[in-house]
Each structure stands twice: as C-alpha cells, then as structure tokens.
Write a protein that binds this ligand. Structure first.
Ligand SMILES: [Zn+2]
Ligand SMILES: [Zn+2]
Length: 389
C-alpha cells in the first residue's frame, strides 16, 4: 500500500484536532464476486462527517467465517463491497455530537471497538429492544461500494462509522488482535447467555461447537461459575484448544444426536444438562441438546445462520420436559460493552491472543483468506495500518 499521500504537504488534506492528517484517499480490498481474488482500489475518504458519525483509521481486522462463506459463494452478498466487520481502530475525525454508547463524547485519537451494525433508534424493533433487527439496519462489511460513504468494511485502511453505531473504548492494555473479534463472536455469545437467563453457579453447560463462539462461551460459562462446561465438536484440535478456555471435558467421537446426548448425560449425571448452546451450525446439535437437557432446561440456538438448517424435534419432548428454546441473531450494543469488560477482566486467565494467528499485512489479504480457509486458527488477522496515531 502507498502511504505517501499522508506525507505530501501540498495535498488537500483535513487535519483533526490532534493534528492527525487524514489523506484524501485510501486503499481497500474490494470483493467483486465469489471465488475471485479481491482487488485493491482507492476510495475517497468521507469529508464533512454528518452529526453522530465518525471516521476511524483501522488498526487491525480479523477474517470471520461469515466472510469466508461470502468469498466462497456459500451465501449471496451485494457486490462490489468491502468485506470485514471485526475491527479495531483509532478515531481520526468526528461528526458533531459523535458519542460513545454510554453518551461520553468521542475523541479523536481514541482507540475504539464498534458494533457490527448501526441502528436508527426509532423503528419498531429499535423501540422494542432489538436494535440488531432495526428496519433501517446498516451492517459493516455488507454495503455496496457505489453507495456513499463506500468505506464501510474492515478490509480497508479507513472506515466510516454511521450514526447509531455502538462505539466503545478499546480496553487499555489489550492487544488489537484480542479486541478485533470481540464485536462479532464474543458479543454474540454474551447476548446468548443473557437471552437464556444467564448461567447460574453450579449449572451444567453443554456447548455444541468449539469455534470462536464456543470458545468465548466456555470462558464466559466458567467465569459465571458453571459446575461443568462440556463441549462437543468433532474437530479434535479445536476441541483440545478449548480446554484452555474453561472447557472441563470435550467429546469428539460423533456428531450424531444420540451419541452427543448420551455422553453429555453420562458426564454430568443427575437430571441432565441445565443449559445448552448450539454454536456449530449443525442442526443435529439442537436434537442432541434437547435430548441432553434436564426437565426445565434451556436451549439457545445461535449458529444456524444459513437457510434450510432444519432439525427434527419431538414436540412431545419440548412440552413434557418444559424446555425453553430460544434463538438469537447478532446482539444488542450493550453486549459488546459487556464482552469488552469481560476480556479486560480475564485477559490474564485465558490465552485470547493465541486465537488470532497469523497476522498479515492488508496487502496480503489473499494469502490471509487462504490461511483462514484451512481453519488452522480461530481467526487470521490483517494489520490494516502500519502506524498508530
Ligand atoms: Zn464475524
Ligand atoms: Zn431502527
């Protein structure tokens, strides 16, 4: 990437209150079609920011599995677009009254994390505590580059943050790579736990899926005082890695519902599992969880995000066992705040930094995508700017 523009004294640049010079243009990797390498293009950096909006220089982004689905054509997304929604960046310019989620003024120079979406605050869903389902929702990494402001994805040097985005300070002392994926997987599972009534001390927890959602979930469950954290995932290396994040025991032998349920019930003993989470994308996990749950147990489904994820459930089981079945998709901005607080509080306890490896330059995005596809690590990182403020 070329950064010469930033040093040119003759350019028509804007200067922020901290004298950070923002160039007129920046680079971004553009997704044009599935199975076609992304191409770098120059974009005009938005000027005259609208009230409530902000401009960030992206420090680091991580490659989420959902972007791999888009890149490989497993789901349809608008194109051309700048993908990437898991990022951390420095505020370089603010619109009038730009604020953090807690109402504090957003300052140029702050290192921040932000929600994967912006909401209007006024529609039916926004006023019914579901801003993540806002009728006018804008999601980062999902917008056409031809529509202003264009720079709304994480695989770029700069990003425009819409008014209505939940913006939070990045906890001091935490590595960029620890913070970047918090606004997707971590905030989602914080929402998952919140939505299922929390995890009470001593409860026996079954997590189906040892990906990044399951990994954060294990740590959250452990810290909530779970009596036993059980994880099922047929990938042995992922199942092994999750032991470092609070999992007490893992099951890798079979994804079949009967086998998973039998193992879970035998392992926890007593009446069965208190609370179960499907975070693997495999609908069989729902069937397994319902069999494993005790009477009065709760099941949260968060991973069935592509169409036709059908599962078979005996309604008799749901009724007679008095089960709670709940789905969630994305999260409320408050969940990102809780997730960041959790990371800051437990950073010395769990090896979050190891989840993001390797970290390549944004220029190397194609190689990074190829590495991400191998699934060897939970996330591959992209360093999007070479220097901080
Ligand atoms: Zn993501
Ligand atoms: Zn709304």
């Amino acid at each position: 990437m070329k950064h010469e523009q930033e040093r040119s004294p003759n350019m028509n640049t804007i200067t922020t209150p901290t004298q950070r010079i923002v160039p007129e243009h920046c680079n971004a990797a553009v997704f044009e079609a599935p199975n076609v390498p992304m191409q770098f293009k120059q974009f005009a950096i938005p000027r005259n920011l609208p009230p409530g909006s902000a401009l960030c220089r992206i420090r680091l982004s991580t490659i989420c599995g959902s972007d791999l689905h888009t890149l490989l054509g497993r789901r349809n997304e608008p194109a051309p677009s700048i993908l990437g929604h898991e990022s951390v960046g420095d505020v370089v310019a603010v619109g009038e009254c730009a604020r953090y989620w807690n109402g504090a003024a957003l300052q140029v120079g702050d290192r921040v994390s932000w929600t994967i979406m912006a909401s209007c605050g006024e529609c039916f869903f926004c006023t019914h505590d579901l801003p993540q389902k806002c009728i006018h929702l804008k999601k980062y990494g999902h917008s056409l580059t031809s529509v202003w402001p264009g720079l709304t994805g994480g695989y770029a040097e700069y990003i425009f943050l819409y008014p209505g985005t939940g913006i939070f300070p990045a906890p001091a002392g935490l590595d960029d790579a620890v913070i970047a994926p918090a606004n997707c997987a971590l905030a989602t599972v914080v929402c998952a736990i919140d939505s299922i009534g929390g995890i009470a001390p001593g409860e026996r927890v079954l997590i189906c899926g040892a990906g990044l959602l399951g990994t954060y979930l294990a740590a959250l469950a452990k810290e909530a005082g779970a009596g036993m954290v059980m994880v099922a995932d047929i990938n042995p290396s992922r199942a092994e890695a999750i032991r470092h994040f609070g999992a007490d025991t893992v099951f890798t032998q079979s994804p079949e519902p009967d086998a998973v349920a039998r193992w879970a019930r035998d392992t926890c003993g007593g009446e069965g599992v208190d609370v179960a989470f499907e975070v693997c994308g495999d609908p069989r996990a729902v069937t397994a969880s319902m069999e494993a749950l005790r009477i009065g147990g709760r099941l949260l489904v968060a991973g069935l995000v592509s169409p036709n994820r059908c599962f078979s459930v005996d309604g008799n089981t749901l009724t007679r066992k008095c089960l709670t079945l709940r789905g969630i998709h994305n999260y409320h901005p408050a969940h990102l705040g809780k997730g960041l607080d959790f990371l800051a509080a437990t950073a010395g306890k769990y090896p979050y930094r190891d989840l993001v490896t390797p970290i390549l330059d944004l220029d190397d995005i194609q190689r990074a995508v190829e590495l991400a596809q191998t699934g060897a690590s939970a996330r591959v990182g992209l360093q999007c700017s070479k220097t901080g403020l």
